[in-house]
Design a protein around this ligand. Sequence first.
Ligand code: PFF
Length: 459
Amino acid sequence: MSVQSSEKAPINRAKFATNLGVLAATLGSAVGLGNIWKFPYLTGSNGGAAFLLVYIVCILLIGIPVMVSELVLGRAARSNAIATMQKLAPAKQPWWLIGAAGVLAAFMIMAFYSEVAAWVFAYIIKAIQGGILSTDPNVTKAAFGDLVSNPVQSLIWQWIDLAVVGFIILLGVNKGIEGATKKLMPVLLFLLILVGIRSLTLPGAGQGLAFLFQPDFSKLTAASFLVAMGLAFFKLSVGMGTMITYGSYFRDDQDIPGTAVRVAFSDLAVSLLAGIAIFPAVFAFGYKPDAGASLLFLTIPSVFASMPLGGFFMVIFFILTAIASIGAQISLVEVPVAFLQEKFQFSRQKASIITVVGIAIVGSLAALSNSSLASAHVFGMTFFDLFDYATSNILLPLGGLFIAIFVGWVWGYKKLNDALSNHGTLSNQIIIKVLYGTLLVVTPILVAIVMLNGLKIIK
Ligand code: PFF
């Protein structure tokens, strides 16, 4: 038998059992803190509606094509991200490096993402205690400041989050990933709608809606294009092997383009709902929309403070945000776990523990970025900001660029068509042709231009 264990048939390779399960897991990966935390604050600090439009273009021309590519590659190879690229690439071509960059990106995203999830966990307790239930910006700002500047709390909440995520991963693909996401997604939606209605009925809500839906293109800069593209990658969990890994659990009869489109639009709908829940309240309570990363933790408590039974609903809201973050985190953690299991024949338990401990170590750099390590800067950024910037604006777009080039130019139309039509059983020829053309030319050129321009390499 060959020594190259990543090429072996993997042990216990599971599949998502039902269509609903596939949708819940994939949407569970896409929907997360990205919608409720990142989307509102990035839209807020990049000028609102004009940014939203650029973001939607990025989803259509970049996000969906790359998502379809990843899913179909994973399903074709039925392997982890690295082995998938190894199996499908022509001999001696180092395409597996894309998979390896994905595993690295998963660690870096988890490092800061688990810390934001940690704040959400801490806010569940703060909400229960009632201290943040205030419409006074000074009170909510102080509560958030106290939390992030406390190193012990920052670390402990991060470990609690990682323990929860590790536990679900241990339960496996069906019971853990599919089981958890299927139950939790609908509840999250319901609550977001409820908060949205309250926010919209606050006096002065109109200004927030105008901010979100009336574009002012003078606010766009080259950097905001990079941010919008980075957000599209981050939101749809693409460019780093998550969707390759999840695709490897898809059944052969699953309609991949259909699933990707449904996931992308549902994810956008959740982001818009979060925007509708947050911006009217931002203006109504006199916050600035460009407050940055703390926006969610300042405005949401104010919305709840101004509604009947607000204390109760705020607890539920933060529990659900934590849950949304968990669906995304298990998909991130699954990338290295699947790799370790298949490459080294580790048990799921061993692979999960090694991964979670590794994340806790790297993650401590991000957790302490507002306290003990606040003055440690790399390229002018704290570790938290560096991990965020390097993944969204560099690693994910680069991964996406090469995945598009691989599918368009190396794998080619014949294989793509065969795989996406489920060997001719789906009649989706037109969609496949449009996708192929986009992957061949539009996606790579767009990603390359936006990246080089945004990173100030070309002007
Ligand atoms: N899509 C998730 C969110 O928006 O919160 C974050 C994420 C998950 C990014 C998985 C990347 C990834 F591979």
